[in-house]
Design a binder for this molecule. Sequence first.
Ligand code: NAP
Length: 316
Amino acid sequence: MSVLIAGATGLIGKAVTRKFQERNIEVHYLTTRKGKLKKEEGFKGFYWDPKNGEIDMQCFDGVTAVINLAGASISQRWTRANKKKIIRSRLDSLQTLRKALEKLETKSIESFVAASAIGIYPNSFDRYYTEDVTDVDPSFLGEVVSQWEEEINKFSKFPFSVAAIRIGLVLSSDGGALPAMVKPIKSYVGAAFGSGEQWQSWIHIDDLARQFLFVIDQDLKGIYNGVAPNPVTNTKLIREIAALLNRPLFLPNIPKGIMQLLLGDMSYLLFASQRVSSKKIEEEGFEFYHKNICNALKNILLTEEHSSDIYQKEFV
Ligand SMILES: NC(=O)c1ccc[n+]([C@@H]2O[C@H](COP(=O)([O-])OP(=O)(O)OC[C@H]3O[C@@H](n4cnc5c(N)ncnc54)[C@H](OP(=O)(O)O)[C@@H]3O)[C@@H](O)[C@H]2O)c1
């Protein structure tokens, strides 16, 4: 058995790959960068160019599950050109995979799991989001995710199981939002954003990677939120990081206007509030190893394995 991962070179893809490798399951991966192509025992790279619909069909050899994580980063200035790249990269990747799967003669694929994001849920301080909510946030973020999920829905015509994981704020020492939050706090200039009351539905990267495998193992279909059971406010998150790093927080919260000036419309990501439920996946039997923020942060920031990454690689 092998799995195919599109976007395996990214933050989440690397963590998911490690989980399969721990189980001795061969990983095939698709990359748009020829320099990232490797052919190692148990880890084989294949080139694709979703923009032009090109894919090396050998990537499907012996594959029973496909995971899609591909997409240009949302954390870049939301200029007109970047917005187009953010949307197109996601749609092109899914379309290229779908067309390739249509052509595939073998019927070995049993499941397809796609990344989605909680940014689809409307910005709100008081709503609590389960997967059956159909409202879409009226922002660029909401537009990206709803188009992404429309494209994922087109896979439902295949005979295999199709699932999407609406990923929350992924906490990892290797990249994403956490190192960017830690850095100013370590330098004594950390502060919450805006009112600090916005909900952050976070997930420890290890639990998220396990969730992808769980969805495949259990042959789940449909949408699942990829968030831990206890979302926190931005203030709580910043305070917990500061407490663990023994740093005081004395600056006032950073006003929206300043971040808008610095980052443009992309600053929306810092102030968006989504309190999201993990109940559906738990009811399927998934057990989170990191249920509360304090333990998750301790594990990432203070354990030997991770602290060497976060202190030496990123901040020293
Ligand atoms: N990290 C989070 O907190 C978070 C939260 C919600 C949703 N998500 C979503 O989850 C997915 C994976 O996230 P991540 O944090 O692992 O992202 P990441 O580190 O930026 O990795 C994204 C992957 O997408 C591929 N990619 C980049 N540009 C591409 C393009 N133009 N066309 C096709 N593929 C492209 C890259 O592979 P190559 O360069 O090798 O081709 C890379 O491996 C993303 O779609 C992201 O939007 C992440």
